[in-house]
Design a binder for this molecule. Structure first.
Ligand SMILES: NC(=O)c1ccc[n+]([C@@H]2O[C@H](COP(=O)([O-])OP(=O)(O)OC[C@H]3O[C@@H](n4cnc5c(N)ncnc54)[C@H](OP(=O)(O)O)[C@@H]3O)[C@@H](O)[C@H]2O)c1
Length: 324
């Protein structure tokens, strides 16, 4: 009997730990029939899982992929879940290139009368520190400048929808950087510290951007939020030494199965921020509820200053008054 009790207690404890790390679950029952949602980076991980969840809800999807072949394969798989016959479009978008982003946005603006949501999900982690064709650190451009440019170029079509949302996929890594590092990258793109810091900077910049854009759009139909998916088992770790080494990964696997989310779990907070009737904007959402980001990310004057610094960095692109 003692052995039986021990086994039961261990089982219950393990289940409790599993539920704890499972994270929040989106309980919204809202449908999205007829609404157009753009997802960047839908061909892998969290974006892919979200695509399935959205198609089940009837949304029309624009799969904004850097690899069209992967996008078309995904479209074929999604068709099986698409009971509503909602349209699925596969379009090319490479966030390492501003000309690709602008071409994509022009295509969207001329194809759709209105867009319900833009999910800025695509991202890289621990990427080799190289410059893009536009002269910016790859991580900084893909994770922050790219979504910044894309969002501004889609605002006019987002504004045509009765209700619209921008979901910026952030990360708890935003807590790991300070204001010095955040500003340093706006001055120099080549002399840029560690891979991990580059990621943290890009995500803190994205959280501040969400806050400032929400403020600028407060009298419009558009809600803007930053969403933390949690720690999720995806291909994003492809460049991260402790996880891309098969031997080291195998050692960690038993623990990771319990404490790291599956992609459909990571997609829950993104789904929630697209469906919830709560009209909060400029917030940080984690585990399907409002959460507090770092104190730096709550600094409104820094958010405004960083937005202006970004506009200056991108002055070649934003030659005229921006749309918001
Ligand atoms: N996984 C986590 O633990 C975690 C934690 C916190 C935040 N996040 C964030 O969640 C988001 C999704 O990440 P994930 O974990 O699902 O990673 P993932 O599986 O690697 O997916 C990333 C997606 O971004 C796309 N992408 C990368 N570079 C791109 C570029 N230059 N242009 C266009 N698309 C590009 C990838 O395209 P390909 O399919 O062609 O590679 C892929 O579809 C990211 O913003 C990430 O920072 C993830």
């Amino acid at each position: 009997t003692a052995a039986c009790c021990n086994a039961l207690l261990t089982g219950a404890a393990l289940y409790g730990i599993y539920r704890y790390f499972y994270g929040g679950i989106c309980r919204c029952t809202t449908r999205l029939d007829g609404l157009v949602i753009i997802i960047t980076g839908p061909t892998s991980g969290i974006g892919k899982a979200l695509s399935f969840l959205l198609v089940e809800r009837g949304a029309s999807l624009v799969l904004a992929c850097r690899d069209l072949e992967k996008g078309n394969q995904l479209k074929n798989k999604l068709k099986k879940y698409n009971s509503n016959n909602a349209k699925i479009f596969v379009k090319q978008l490479n966030l390492q290139s501003f000309s690709s982003i602008i071409k994509f946005a022009e295509d969207i603006n001329s194809t759709f009368n209105e867009i319900y949501a833009l999910v800025n999900n695509a991202g890289v982690f621990f990427h080799e520190q190289k410059l893009t064709e536009d002269g910016f650190d790859i991580t900084f451009q893909v994770n922050y400048l790219g979504p910044f440019v894309l969002t501004h170029h889609l605002l006019k079509t987002l504004k045509k929808s009765d209700h619209a949302r921008v979901v910026n996929v952030a990360s708890e890594a935003h807590r790991t950087v300070n204001v010095y590092d955040l500003k340093a990258i706006t001055k120099c793109q080549t002399d840029f510290r560690t891979h991990y810091k580059a990621y943290g900077v890009s995500k803190l910049a994205l959280v501040l951007f969400s806050r400032q854009l929400a403020k600028k759009l407060k009298n419009t139909n558009i809600l803007v939020n930053a969403v933390n998916p949690g720690n999720v088992e995806t291909a994003i770790y492809r460049y991260f030494p402790p996880l891309c080494n098969p031997f080291l990964y195998a050692l960690q696997w038993p623990v990771r199965t319990i404490v790291v989310k599956r992609p459909h779990q990571g997609a829950q907070s993104l789904l929630h921020s697209l469906l919830t009737s709560n009209r909060s904007t400029g917030q940080y959402i984690s585990d399907c509820k409002l959460a507090l980001p770092s104190s730096i990310a709550l600094n409104d004057s820094l958010a405004e200053e960083y937005y202006d610094l970004t506009m200056q960095l991108l002055s070649d692109i934003f030659t005229t008054e921006s749309d918001c």
